[in-house]
Design a protein around this ligand. Structure first.
Ligand code: NDP
Length: 292
């Protein structure tokens, strides 16, 4: 029979998670700091606990989906975690995930940290492609993997409890660069007689066509050969960047979202890497000094 579980946090994401588990027949005990936000779930079959400690006491499997790491510490401050399996779906940094694991284990719990790669409407719909990164206790993941797979797909990325957040944030960081580029592109066409709705599909297919470049970059990083299979070498790209900047100026668009990346590529070229791919510039980003 479906594993009963406790869910702390019924914000936008928590409600979606609770509904997915309830729909699959799992008994769910919920708690939310603002009780009014948890109460509607009672009509859908959830048990609403009066306190976080009471909710934690109700089930061995405890899932937490709160605003940030500080709220997790606050909510669980006086809960007895002995023998609990704690799964933290709250977005945080890798260091927060590791510290939270140490904290939970010292209180007698097994711990998994997680990073949700989805927005609430995707939860509970397998076809949406929603998934969650998990890292930490392999035993916990093995035991509860099927239950965790109910609201979204699961990807276990290692015993290091920081790895789920690291994967999550790495993907989100790449997305930031993409969104920045999209904003700049719209800014370029904005004052012209070009409809954003006509232009957007071109953007989507172009970004899709270029995204697999990451696979080649990975191959170059793993081989340590930034000159492997170069299609558009760095010197050519740096020259092309001048055209991008000149166009921004012609269109009266601030280049502020592009210039940091372009400056990085120029520095790498100045160090003698013009015939290679852009991938090696990753070494300039490594604040610890030096590559792998
Ligand atoms: P909401 O803002 O909708 O909900 C935040 C939740 O955190 C509420 O339950 C809120 O309680 C609770 N909370 C905030 N501070 C405290 C505190 N000090 N003590 C106890 N509870 C607290 O956020 P979401 O549900 O959207 O997000 C929850 C987590 O999911 C976040 O870490 C977010 O990054 C992650 N996530 C969200 C996505 C999204 O698109 N929504 C996508 C991927 C991840 P109260 O109702 O009392 O304010």
């Amino acid at each position: 029979s479906p594993t009963p579980l406790t869910l702390l946090g019924t914000g936008a994401m928590g409600v979606a998670l609770a509904r997915a588990w309830l729909a699959a027949g799992h008994p769910v005990t919920v708690w939310n700091r603002t009780a009014a936000r948890a109460e509607p779930l009672a009509a859908e079959g959830a048990t609403v606990a009066a306190s976080a400690a009471e909710a934690v006491a109700a089930n061995r499997l405890v899932v937490v989906c709160l605003l940030d790491d500080a709220s997790v510490g606050e909510a669980l401050g006086d809960a007895d975690l002995t023998g609990r399996d704690l799964v933290n779906l709250t977005t945080g940094t890798p260091a927060q995930g590791r510290a939270r694991a140490t904290w939970a284990e010292a209180r007698g719990a097994r711990f998994l940290d997680a990073g949700i790669m989805a927005v609430p409407p995707m939860i509970g719909h397998a076809e949406s492609g929603a998934y969650v990164f998990y890292s930490g206790s392999p035993g916990l993941f093995e035991e509860h993997g099927d239950t965790l797979a109910v609201p979204a797909g699961t990807r276990y990325v290692g015993a290091d409890p920081g790895f789920a957040a690291l994967h999550d944030v790495a993907l989100l960081s790449a997305m930031s660069g993409m969104f920045a580029g999209v904003l700049h592109a719209f800014a370029l066409i904005r004052q012209e007689d070009i409809a954003p709705k006509d232009f957007a599909p071109l953007l989507v297919s172009w970004l899709g066509a270029m995204a697999p470049n990451a696979l080649k970059a990975a191959d170059q990083l793993q081989s340590g050969d930034y000159g492997k299979d170069v299609v558009s070498n760095l010197a050519m790209q740096v020259a092309g960047n001048a055209t991008l900047l000149a166009t921004a100026e012609e269109q009266g668009v601030s280049p502020e979202l592009l210039t940091p990346y372009m400056a990085l590529l120029e520095r790498w070229q100045a160090e003698g890497h013009g015939t290679e791919d852009t991938t090696g510039a990753v070494e300039l980003l490594d604040a610890r000094g030096g590559g792998a």
